[in-house]
Design a protein around this ligand. Structure first.
Ligand SMILES: Nc1nc2c(ncn2[C@@H]2O[C@H](COP(=O)(O)OP(=O)(O)OP(=O)(O)O)[C@@H](O)[C@H]2O)c(=O)[nH]1
Ligand SMILES: [Mg+2]
Length: 188
């Protein structure tokens, strides 16, 4: 396989915070393909990614990371394989306010493990401040019970230090050679 360098990809549903997270950690102005939302626009969310996000960061002085984001909207999922080719790590963002947070995370892990078989994974749960009933431990247990053993943590995509911590967690798993749990491998 071609060498794509240290390529990480943020994935997740619409509004999970992919573009926001990439902007929060960028050393440079990110490449963005956000377009105005014609329907479902709110005061908080009026743009959506239609192709990809891209930026580069020097996380720990020396190692350049190439960071991409995919569109969350399903009808744009033809972009997913193109963006994910050669990724060493996939960051799944999921909105804590979603009723089907576990199922949609499991589906994303399954889909992206197929697209980036060599990648390590981490799950970041955004918007937990807006979901007072959200329980991280239950979420993690249910994901494990579905066959996905993967690091899971809360993250506010707007907060640089939290997004950096998520990426550092992913990289430490990646350096340790960790990939999705056995259960997940059986499901793909
Ligand atoms: N309250 C709150 N808002 C958040 C949090 N994380 C992200 N947001 C907001 O949620 C919105 C996320 O929007 P985007 O970053 O465009 O989402 P996206 O995943 O790129 O969406 P698509 O490109 O449409 O797939 C932004 O308005 C963020 O400010 C969080 O933890 N708490
Ligand atoms: Mg986006």
């Amino acid at each position: 396989m071609d060498n794509y360098g240290n390529k990480l990809v943020f994935v997740g549903g619409m509004g999970a915070g992919k573009t926001t997270a990439i902007r929060a950690i960028s050393d440079v102005e990110p490449v963005s393909t956000d377009m105005p939302l014609s329907i479902d626009a709110t005061e908080e969310k009026s743009f959506t990614t239609v192709a990809l996000d891209y930026s580069s960061i020097d996380l720990d002085e020396g190692e350049l990371l190439h960071v991409y984001g995919v569109p969350g909207q399903k009808y744009l999922n033809f972009m997913w394989p193109m963006v994910c080719t050669g990724a060493i790590g996939i960051i799944v963002l999921v909105n804590a306010c979603q009723d089907d947070a576990v199922d949609s995370t499991a589906e994303l892990l399954k889909d992206f493990a197929a697209l980036a078989p060599d990648a390590s994974f981490v799950v970041g749960v955004t918007k937990s401040d807006l979901a007072p009933d959200f329980q991280l431990t239950s979420f993690r247990d249910e994901l494990n019970a579905s066959g996905y053993q993967v690091p899971v943590m809360k993250v506010d995509a707007r907060v640089t230090i939290q997004v950096e911590f998520l990426i550092k967690t992913l990289l430490s798993y990646q350096h340790a050679g960790a990939q999705l749990g056995i259960g997940a491998a059986n499901r793909i």
